[in-house]
Design a protein around this ligand. Sequence first.
Ligand code: NDP
Length: 292
Amino acid sequence: MAAFVIDGKVIAAKVRADVAADVARLKEQHGFVPGLAVVLVGEDPASKVYVRNKAQQTVECGMQSFEFKLAEDTPEEEVLELVRKLNADPAVNGILVQMPLPKHMDSNKVLELIDPLKDVDGFHPMNVGRLSIGERALAPCTPVGSVILARSFKDDLSGLNAVVVGRSNIVGKPMAQLLLRENCTVTIAHSRTKDLPDVVREADLVVAAIGKPEFVKGGWIKPGAIVIDVGINRVLKEDGKGKIVGDVEYAAAAQVAGAITPVPGGVGPMTIACLLKNTVEAALMQRGLMRA
Ligand code: NDP
């Protein structure tokens, strides 16, 4: 039987609707509107598109968007000074510095200067550490969105064998931490993993975050497994036109899996939706209004 297709566009729209409802309630009950500041340094075309989409969706959810576009050759100290200003600005609840930064800048230095309570990307070592010890933390958006997608198909992931392929700081590692929090038995696989197909065959839940087109084969998937494909790879079709594919061999995997996310239209739309969700969470934390 063909897998259930987890529709990231629909679920992301629901996350954004929940954010908009939270924002309206905060405005009505507490008289304030959360704000997200996005800092873009340089002219990277993909980053420009991301930043534009983030700003647009922030406003659509009723929040304030503050955009800072700096030239490629901006001195590092100027970016650090901007982050200090945003840290101190009470109208700014979330700060996102779009990566990659130009080569003359130390990305870690910039990220570590962001107030951890405003670190809506969840990349600050304080949030990374808090996530790993099971404390309340702002967690990276793509993994947060991936968990929401998996839970949209099976609410209780407890006890599942989860295999995360990829161990990057922005996807693989936080994904593993979040799945541990969901009480999965988590294996992290990477380029040095032996017998990867056999490792993946054991998984009730597979997360592919590798960056290689259709790398995970349909034949590796355990029948009935949940497959979350984080990969975004641009490939050329036979007619010479470009298309986007994931890290999983979708057509074959969809014949075996219980549920699968498509690419595009799966994890992709969740990332910005979860950024907005993190911004509301950050605003609640800063004002001592956290949900249980
Ligand atoms: P990285 O390149 O930082 O990490 C890739 C990981 O895959 C590494 O841990 C690497 O292992 C592992 N890997 C590489 N080759 C193999 C292999 N042959 N076998 C097993 N593991 C392998 O990528 P990211 O984590 O940043 O991104 C992963 C994918 O997700 C990309 O396609 C990216 O575009 C996409 N992405 C999508 C987002 C979204 O919004 N949907 C957001 C962020 C990323 P090792 O550590 O050993 O080198």
